[in-house]
Design a protein around this ligand. Sequence first.
Ligand SMILES: *Cc1c(COP(=O)(O)O)cnc(C)c1O
Length: 406
Amino acid sequence: MLHLGGCSAQDLIADFGSPLHVYDEAGLRAQAQRFVQGLRQRWPNSEVLFASKSFPVPAMYRLAQEEGVSIDVAGAGELLLAIRAGCDPSRIYFHGNAKTDEELELALEHRVSTIIVDNFDEISRLERLLTRPQQVLIRLIPDIDADTDAAIQTGGSTSKFGLPYDQALRAVARMEAHPMFDVVGVHVHIGSQIFNTAQLAEAVRKAAALGSFPIYNVGGGLGVKYALGQSAPGVEEYLDAITDEARQHLPADAKLIIEPGRSLVARSGVTLYQVVSVKHTGRHFVAIDGGLADQLDISVAGEPHEVIAANRMNDLAADVVDVVGRQCESGDVFARDARLPGMQIGDVVAYTGSGAYSYTTSNNYNGALRPAIVFVGAGHARLVTRRETFDELLALHLYEEGHPNE
Ligand SMILES: *Cc1c(COP(=O)(O)O)cnc(C)c1O
């Protein structure tokens, strides 16, 4: 039987239902420390931010803060989750390429540490809204086409995020001329699931090229290993690459900030499912009780993850099957040609490495409900996010008279 944090996969499903996102709390904390300590050893004046879009739930916001990791939010919703989780606003960084007046007002009201300014319209908004000095970074388009899926490239010349050099310099000059902007530096982020540490390091040089500032925030993007056959750079290799570059190009007393999301949380999370049906038609199918509603990336990015027969770990993996989800899309496939023991109804399947962007992108396709989330450790499981209910699904809508939405 597969155990997670000392809890058996089958017991977890029996206690909390299926599908279920399970996070190894010690793993999350250890990875946070690897980033915080690792960066501090190499560049003492540094700060690690959790790119919270990768796992935006209050238990994680709190854990990040407890581990000395500050918070990056994009938009009012993430800001409110972080505040409600008890995060200190003076350690919250506010991102977004289309921040509205309402969001900026909310960020200012909560006195977030830093706003990462994306464009001139945002500067106009802030010129109107600022009533006290506000620390800001300018988001630069570094013009790096990262070796990753086009959907998660963010730093190429055609990126929708930030401004190219000439405009970024004009933006800085305009803000510096205004008494309420405190322009402290530059931000770049070149994309996600990047395995090439040289490109991540190049981002440091590109940021440095904008000029001399107190702060350089070089984003996130470090890739993670999802399938057994893959290899990904370690956190230390990544930190070596960016701090070597920083030593060559940044002012010696500058602060270096990084914003890992995926690489902080992906591998501490597993999603458990139960088998609903097994059939042998054109192919051998094992269908489970979830799908792209809770793992959107299986159809979008097509990242190969490992699937494990959690309650049959010692059985011979003699079958070759496709593990498929229950949403009405043919791309709703968790694994093709997976080697598993002969699966039966009720067996538990673990979908590994699902800790990043799964909950983020979960949706109600086919009326699916967002799964619950538990943190496990030392043989104990605690619910941190409860399962969505059909009542909640129904309650959003207005119904014809005579069909009260009670
Ligand atoms: C998404 C994002 C990150 C994190 O990216 P990962 O690939 O999850 O590490 C960091 N910074 C910004 C601005 C982002 O948009």
